[in-house]
Design a binder for this molecule. Structure first.
Ligand SMILES: Nc1ncnc2c1ncn2[C@@H]1O[C@H](COP(=O)(O)OP(=O)(O)OP(=O)(O)O)[C@@H](O)[C@H]1O
Length: 304
């Protein structure tokens, strides 16, 4: 039996997180594991508690929630041998889905964790990102984005009403109203893309934003980032391309390109367009450009 540190986000999945978390604790304890509840009132405090516990002889950290909680777990265990278990309880759960983890079924999620504990974790790539001139880095495993969707995300987070997906509809409308193409320079392993653009997504996994297949061919264990860039769309152009993105159809558009690279430096070029919005990674705010993202092969152990 294992010694597990569990971090629950009670607010995940529009408030379902605390129920899913209570179920996860009960199932894990019933299965004979020693469980330490490391949850806290905020993401920052939960991260600090998990970091503290991680060095005290746990067999794994288990997060309960959405992509934000996976992001927390990744930032605790990346580049160590401590494995990460995920009980999906978020709204989108894009990373858990990309890993093929069961969602909506706590017992099945716990079975996947136990399978990983018994047979050894799966190693996947993780990405570190931060300002090029500083050593401070944050990890992610999903998608970093610093285009139109990041502006929408930031705006939705600043709104107090309405709730749920209606908030995103309102945020999209507001951001479309003020949209002008952004100016970017991307320096990749063997290419430079310098252009006005609408979207830049640095993808380790294929899906973000609650089911948008932004980089359909991205693999989490191929040692490469899929860097998706979109040229300067008009406002109707953005509206037109969006529905097809759930199926990855945007890649057929001549203004959309995908680069593969192990590292990417993203800089704002104001001579080419507006200042791009601050980046989000795994759905969490990362910070303003310039940013460098570097892929670390097999840097994360996940229980699947
Ligand atoms: N007690 C808490 N512990 C951890 N995170 C919390 C807590 N309270 C609020 N949060 C916030 O929850 C957000 C992460 O939510 P999470 O991703 O787990 O669920 P979700 O948004 O419903 O799912 P998804 O991202 O998959 O759509 C973070 O931005 C964090 O600030």
């Amino acid at each position: 039996m294992s010694h597990l540190g569990v971090v629950i986000n009670p607010t995940a999945g529009r408030g379902r997180g605390s129920d899913v978390g209570a179920q996860a604790l009960a199932v894990l304890r019933r299965r004979g594991h020693t469980v330490e509840d490391l949850s806290a009132p905020s993401l920052t405090e939960a991260t600090a508690r998990a970091r503290h516990a991680a060095v005290a002889g746990l067999d794994a950290i288990v997060v309960v929630g959405g992509d934000g909680m996976t992001h927390l777990g990744v930032n605790v265990v990346a580049d160590t041998d401590l494995p990460l278990g995920i009980v999906p309880g978020g709204t989108g759960n894009d990373i858990a889905r990309s890993l093929g983890l069961p969602h909506g079924d706590v017992a099945a999620a716990v079975a996947a964790i136990e399978h990983g504990l018994a047979h050894g974790p799966r190693r996947i790539d993780a990405v570190s990102a931060g300002p090029p001139e500083h050593s401070a880095r944050e990890w992610f495993v999903g998608v970093l984005s610093c285009g139109f969707d990041a502006a929408v995300n930031a705006r939705a987070n600043s709104m107090t009403w309405p709730g749920g997906s209606a908030r995103y509809v309102r945020a999209i409308a507001a951001e479309l109203g003020r949209f002008a193409p952004y100016g970017y320079r991307l320096t990749l392993d063997d290419a430079v893309w310098e252009s006005a653009g609408t979207l830049v997504a640095v993808a380790n996994s294929p899906v973000f934003g609650g089911g948008v297949r932004i980089a359909p061919d991205a693999l989490m264990d191929d040692g490469l980032l899929d860097v998706v860039v979109a040229g300067p769309f008009t406002k109707p152009g953005i509206v037109g391309i969006f529905p097809g993105m759930y199926r990855g159809r945007h890649l057929r558009h001549p203004a959309v390109q995908v680069f593969r690279s192990t590292t990417v430096l993203i800089e704002p070029i104001l001579a080419l367009g507006a200042h791009p919005p601050a980046a989000f990674a795994d759905g969490e705010r990362l910070g303003p450009l310039p940013l460098r993202a570097t892929l670390h092969p097999a840097a994360l152990s996940v229980l699947t």
